[in-house]
Design a protein. Structure first.
Length: 114
């Protein structure tokens, strides 16, 4: 069973950047399509981006051109580079498999001030 720990969040001004990391444990990490999700206060969790085992990526329309997902299978880590951040990106960010198969981590808070 893969477990994940997210890090890298923080407080940033609009237009700024952050890089989130998701460290995973487990021997089968490389076969999973991995996703970054976010949940804003009062809203449902949404899938922001995902990356397949062959590095195919896909993004939520509202983050296309601003966010980049990547992975390093040797380090069992998934990254989310977030540029040109907007206040509406404020949320707790989580990583999980594309199907949400793993136990959810604590997430990492991203707050974008206007």
């Amino acid at each position: 069973q893969v477990q994940v720990v997210e890090s890298g969040g923080g407080l940033v001004q609009a237009g700024g950047s952050l890089r989130l990391s998701c460290a995973a444990s487990g021997s089968m990490f490389s076969i999973y399509t991995m996703g970054w999700y976010r949940q804003a206060p009062g809203k449902q969790r949404e899938l922001v981006a995902f990356i397949s085992s062959s590095d195919t990526t896909n993004y939520l329309d509202s983050v296309k051109g601003r966010f980049t997902i990547s992975r390093d299978n040797a380090k069992k880590t998934v990254y989310l580079q977030m540029n040109s951040l907007k206040p509406e990106d404020t949320a707790v960010y989580y990583c999980n498999s594309y199907r949400g198969e793993f136990k959810w981590g604590q997430g990492t808070q991203v707050t974008v001030s206007s």
